[in-house]
Design a protein around this ligand. Sequence first.
Ligand code: FMN
Length: 222
Amino acid sequence: MHYDTESNGHGLRHDPFKALVAPRPIGWIATLAPDGTPNLAPYSFFNSIADKPPMVMFASSGRKDSLENLERSGEFTCSLATWDLREAMNMTSAAVPPDVDEFRLAGLEAAPSRYVKPPRVARSPAALECRLWKTLQLPAPPAHPHSGYWLVLGTVVGIYIDDAAIRDGRFDTAAVRPLARMGYMDYAVVTPETTFEMKRPQVADDGRSVVVDTGAWDGVYR
Ligand SMILES: Cc1cc2nc3c(=O)[nH]c(=O)nc-3n(C[C@H](O)[C@H](O)[C@H](O)COP(=O)(O)O)c2cc1C
């Protein structure tokens, strides 16, 4: 099949787009409402977009509480959503009013951040403390001009890592079993069994071919 997205003529039971760009990491975004109520919600239109300085993005379908809060306060955190926290993560996606604290709703303890005011999920093995850089209104679909997404771009100013998740000087991503979002109601989980190492190719001495070294990684991103 091959279809144009403007008419969304895929003819399938559900739009396949989210199932095609998958798995997507989940940013578990915490903000503070103007009255100080903590807000927590998962966003899977989420990713890191740079590392010097570290920056992240997420996209809100319309003006949700997270967007409203962080535009006012300029701060948010992203906790890592893991297999052990999957049900709590799901609970925090409920469309409750802004005065409802989703940490409490999902039975989660909030831990204070060091560099920003919004807290992080205490049981999450890692969290990014972020300052808002920019929000950008994305184009709405022509058929629904009042819908559309808002892109949030943030700079990571502090990072929390649970020391127990560090092994041999590396954050052991697979060991904490991060969740990822696929399409429909499907999720994936990263595990040691589904993780592998593959080193970047190096240009060979002739300058035109490449070789992939099979030895231990030297720590250089090529
Ligand atoms: C795993 C997961 C990922 C989600 N990703 C997004 C997303 O990328 N953008 C979005 O607008 N809503 C997303 N949602 C829905 C929001 O979490 C939901 O609308 C939530 O109530 C928003 O909360 P807020 O109004 O407190 O920001 C997602 C829900 C789940 C369960």
